[in-house]
Write a protein that binds this ligand. Structure first.
Ligand SMILES: [Zn+2]
Length: 192
């Protein structure tokens, strides 16, 4: 494997748009992804208030379609970065989580923990909408317990992104836990 993360970290700054007082620090990190691709990640962070945001700019476009699989076995794996294109389907089978692609789906960039937190919020809202005698309550409560363990790094699971177009990325914390299976019908497509 020739992949490596190069930390070409540069810092510069401007005024915070939220509090108008603090200074926004910008960190630029270029990642060399498996399969020769590069993405640029911009992190914006205010030193006075909680304002922060991320942006991901793919520097090269991989058109290989396939299935990306990341095994989460420790708290550290939760920091792995996930970049899902609108065509990517994201799944965590152990938690029955599926994020279907669709025309309204957006590109999003987060880490594994961010996905779990978002999912936990949605499940909690759903649980609160149920009648207290609803037979689903027990099942939903169990799922929330598993989710809490997962967020604390105490539940092993698999995160899978199936992307028929290419363009989704996983940047693993532990590369040994990551694998990419190229689609079989991909051989006819152009190689760069
Ligand atoms: Zn601020």
């Amino acid at each position: 494997m020739s992949e490596k993360a190069i930390d070409t970290q540069e810092t510069f700054s401007f005024k915070c748009p939220a509090c108008k007082d603090g200074t926004i620090k910008i960190d630029k990190v270029t990642y060399d992804l498996p399969d020769r691709d590069k993405v640029l990640i911009l992190k914006f962070e205010c030193d006075k208030c909680n304002f922060h945001t991320n942006d991901v700019i793919p520097l090269t476009t991989r058109m290989d379609s396939g299935i990306m699989t990341l095994k989460i076995t420790s708290e550290n794996d939760l920091k792995s970065k996930i970049y899902r294109s609108p065509m990517g389907k994201l799944e965590i089978p152990e938690l029955e989580l599926i994020v279907e692609p669709g025309p309204s789906a957006k590109f999003y960039y987060t880490n594994v923990e961010g996905i779990l937190v978002r999912f936990e919020r949605a499940v909690s809202i759903y649980k609160n909408s149920l009648d207290e005698n609803d037979p689903q309550i027990q099942e939903i409560s169990d799922l929330l317990k598993d989710l809490e363990c997962a967020i604390n790094g105490k539940f092993k699971f698999t995160l899978k992104i199936t992307d028929p177009e290419g363009g989704s990325y996983i940047i693993p914390e532990n590369k040994a836990n990551y694998s990419f299976e190229r689609s079989k019908n991909n051989d006819n497509q152009k190689q760069d």
